[in-house]
Write a protein of this length. Structure first.
Length: 184
Protein backbone atom coordinates (compact mmCIF):
# COMPACT_ATOMS: atom_id res chain seq x y z
CA UNK A 1 0.00 0.00 0.00
CA UNK A 2 2.77 2.46 0.90
CA UNK A 3 4.47 1.97 -2.46
CA UNK A 4 1.22 2.65 -4.36
CA UNK A 5 0.69 5.82 -2.33
CA UNK A 6 4.26 7.01 -3.04
CA UNK A 7 3.84 6.24 -6.74
CA UNK A 8 0.53 8.09 -6.84
CA UNK A 9 2.11 11.10 -5.13
CA UNK A 10 5.00 11.14 -7.62
CA UNK A 11 2.74 10.84 -10.67
CA UNK A 12 0.29 13.45 -9.32
CA UNK A 13 3.22 15.81 -8.66
CA UNK A 14 4.52 15.35 -12.21
CA UNK A 15 1.04 16.00 -13.62
CA UNK A 16 0.62 19.13 -11.46
CA UNK A 17 3.97 20.60 -12.51
CA UNK A 18 3.92 19.66 -16.19
CA UNK A 19 0.28 20.67 -16.71
CA UNK A 20 0.44 23.64 -14.30
CA UNK A 21 -2.64 22.21 -12.60
CA UNK A 22 -4.19 23.81 -9.57
CA UNK A 23 -6.87 21.14 -9.14
CA UNK A 24 -5.10 18.53 -7.05
CA UNK A 25 -8.12 16.23 -6.87
CA UNK A 26 -8.01 16.01 -10.66
CA UNK A 27 -4.27 15.32 -10.55
CA UNK A 28 -4.88 12.49 -8.07
CA UNK A 29 -7.58 10.97 -10.32
CA UNK A 30 -5.33 11.25 -13.37
CA UNK A 31 -2.50 9.59 -11.44
CA UNK A 32 -4.81 6.71 -10.44
CA UNK A 33 -5.83 6.27 -14.07
CA UNK A 34 -2.25 6.55 -15.37
CA UNK A 35 -1.08 3.85 -12.97
CA UNK A 36 -4.08 1.64 -13.80
CA UNK A 37 -5.29 1.47 -10.21
CA UNK A 38 -8.84 1.21 -8.95
CA UNK A 39 -10.21 4.65 -8.15
CA UNK A 40 -12.18 3.35 -5.18
CA UNK A 41 -9.49 1.41 -3.34
CA UNK A 42 -6.41 3.42 -4.21
CA UNK A 43 -4.60 4.91 -1.20
CA UNK A 44 -4.64 8.57 -2.24
CA UNK A 45 -1.64 10.66 -1.17
CA UNK A 46 -1.99 13.66 1.13
CA UNK A 47 -1.19 17.20 0.04
CA UNK A 48 2.04 17.04 2.06
CA UNK A 49 3.12 13.87 0.23
CA UNK A 50 2.43 15.51 -3.13
CA UNK A 51 4.31 18.67 -2.10
CA UNK A 52 7.33 16.55 -1.15
CA UNK A 53 7.21 14.92 -4.59
CA UNK A 54 6.85 18.32 -6.32
CA UNK A 55 10.03 19.44 -4.53
CA UNK A 56 11.77 16.25 -5.65
CA UNK A 57 10.55 16.76 -9.23
CA UNK A 58 11.88 20.32 -9.29
CA UNK A 59 15.22 19.21 -7.82
CA UNK A 60 15.62 16.50 -10.45
CA UNK A 61 14.20 18.08 -13.59
CA UNK A 62 13.66 21.83 -13.27
CA UNK A 63 17.05 23.34 -12.46
CA UNK A 64 17.85 27.01 -13.01
CA UNK A 65 14.72 27.71 -15.05
CA UNK A 66 12.51 26.78 -12.10
CA UNK A 67 14.69 28.71 -9.63
CA UNK A 68 14.38 31.82 -11.83
CA UNK A 69 10.62 31.33 -12.16
CA UNK A 70 10.09 31.13 -8.37
CA UNK A 71 12.29 34.20 -7.94
CA UNK A 72 10.22 36.11 -10.53
CA UNK A 73 7.00 35.09 -8.76
CA UNK A 74 8.42 36.23 -5.42
CA UNK A 75 9.60 39.55 -6.89
CA UNK A 76 6.13 40.12 -8.35
CA UNK A 77 4.61 39.26 -4.97
CA UNK A 78 6.95 41.69 -3.21
CA UNK A 79 5.93 44.47 -5.59
CA UNK A 80 2.24 43.79 -4.94
CA UNK A 81 2.85 43.60 -1.20
CA UNK A 82 4.59 46.98 -1.37
CA UNK A 83 1.51 48.50 -3.02
CA UNK A 84 -0.67 46.98 -0.28
CA UNK A 85 1.72 47.59 2.62
CA UNK A 86 -0.83 49.54 4.67
CA UNK A 87 -2.77 46.26 5.06
CA UNK A 88 0.25 44.31 6.43
CA UNK A 89 0.24 41.69 3.66
CA UNK A 90 1.60 38.18 4.11
CA UNK A 91 2.70 35.90 1.28
CA UNK A 92 1.49 32.32 1.78
CA UNK A 93 1.23 29.18 -0.29
CA UNK A 94 3.54 27.58 -2.84
CA UNK A 95 5.38 30.77 -3.78
CA UNK A 96 6.18 31.51 -0.13
CA UNK A 97 7.14 27.89 0.50
CA UNK A 98 9.34 27.75 -2.60
CA UNK A 99 7.81 24.83 -4.49
CA UNK A 100 5.56 26.75 -6.90
CA UNK A 101 5.22 25.94 -10.57
CA UNK A 102 4.45 28.47 -13.29
CA UNK A 103 0.69 28.05 -12.83
CA UNK A 104 0.78 28.41 -9.05
CA UNK A 105 -1.04 31.46 -7.78
CA UNK A 106 0.68 34.09 -5.74
CA UNK A 107 -1.45 34.17 -2.59
CA UNK A 108 -1.38 37.27 -0.41
CA UNK A 109 -3.37 37.46 2.83
CA UNK A 110 -4.58 40.73 4.33
CA UNK A 111 -6.53 41.58 7.49
CA UNK A 112 -7.73 45.17 7.00
CA UNK A 113 -9.97 47.13 9.35
CA UNK A 114 -12.54 47.32 6.54
CA UNK A 115 -12.38 44.70 3.72
CA UNK A 116 -13.79 47.20 1.20
CA UNK A 117 -10.65 49.33 1.69
CA UNK A 118 -8.66 46.69 -0.18
CA UNK A 119 -11.00 46.79 -3.16
CA UNK A 120 -10.83 50.60 -3.21
CA UNK A 121 -7.00 50.47 -3.04
CA UNK A 122 -6.88 48.05 -6.00
CA UNK A 123 -9.23 50.28 -8.00
CA UNK A 124 -7.03 53.31 -7.22
CA UNK A 125 -3.99 51.33 -8.44
CA UNK A 126 -5.81 50.45 -11.66
CA UNK A 127 -5.72 46.72 -10.90
CA UNK A 128 -8.44 44.58 -12.47
CA UNK A 129 -9.81 41.94 -10.13
CA UNK A 130 -12.71 39.56 -9.74
CA UNK A 131 -14.19 39.33 -6.21
CA UNK A 132 -15.64 36.08 -4.91
CA UNK A 133 -16.69 34.82 -1.52
CA UNK A 134 -15.20 31.64 -0.07
CA UNK A 135 -17.38 29.12 1.78
CA UNK A 136 -16.19 30.51 5.12
CA UNK A 137 -17.09 34.09 4.16
CA UNK A 138 -13.55 35.18 3.32
CA UNK A 139 -13.34 37.65 0.44
CA UNK A 140 -11.12 36.45 -2.41
CA UNK A 141 -9.89 38.94 -5.00
CA UNK A 142 -8.48 37.29 -8.10
CA UNK A 143 -6.16 39.70 -9.91
CA UNK A 144 -6.86 39.50 -13.62
CA UNK A 145 -4.14 41.57 -15.25
CA UNK A 146 -0.95 40.39 -13.54
CA UNK A 147 2.18 38.69 -14.83
CA UNK A 148 1.40 35.67 -12.62
CA UNK A 149 -1.86 34.25 -11.24
CA UNK A 150 -2.59 36.13 -8.01
CA UNK A 151 -5.24 35.84 -5.35
CA UNK A 152 -5.63 38.34 -2.54
CA UNK A 153 -7.32 36.82 0.49
CA UNK A 154 -9.08 39.40 2.66
CA UNK A 155 -9.69 37.97 6.14
CA UNK A 156 -11.70 39.64 8.84
CA UNK A 157 -9.65 40.76 11.82
CA UNK A 158 -9.70 38.12 14.52
CA UNK A 159 -10.42 35.32 12.03
CA UNK A 160 -7.80 32.57 11.99
CA UNK A 161 -5.48 32.25 9.03
CA UNK A 162 -5.70 29.24 6.76
CA UNK A 163 -3.84 26.44 8.58
CA UNK A 164 -2.78 24.79 5.29
CA UNK A 165 -0.19 27.51 4.84
CA UNK A 166 2.58 27.18 7.40
CA UNK A 167 5.01 29.64 5.81
CA UNK A 168 3.81 33.23 6.16
CA UNK A 169 6.20 35.88 4.84
CA UNK A 170 5.92 39.60 5.50
CA UNK A 171 7.34 42.04 2.97
CA UNK A 172 10.65 42.48 4.85
CA UNK A 173 10.99 38.69 5.29
CA UNK A 174 10.38 38.12 1.57
CA UNK A 175 12.85 40.86 0.68
CA UNK A 176 15.45 39.23 2.94
CA UNK A 177 14.80 35.83 1.34
CA UNK A 178 15.28 37.31 -2.13
CA UNK A 179 18.47 39.05 -1.00
CA UNK A 180 19.84 35.79 0.45
CA UNK A 181 19.05 33.87 -2.75
CA UNK A 182 20.98 36.46 -4.76
CA UNK A 183 24.00 36.01 -2.49
CA UNK A 184 24.11 32.23 -3.17
Amino acid sequence: MGHERESLAAVAARIIVESELTDWALARRKAVAELGLSGHGAPLPSDDEIIAEIKTYHALFSGDEWTQQVRAQREFALEAMGELSRFNPLLVGPVAEGWAHAGSEIRIELKPENPKEVEYALIELGVEFEPTLAKDGTVLLEVIDGDWPMRIVVRERGRASDPRFRVRLSGPQLQQLLHESTAD
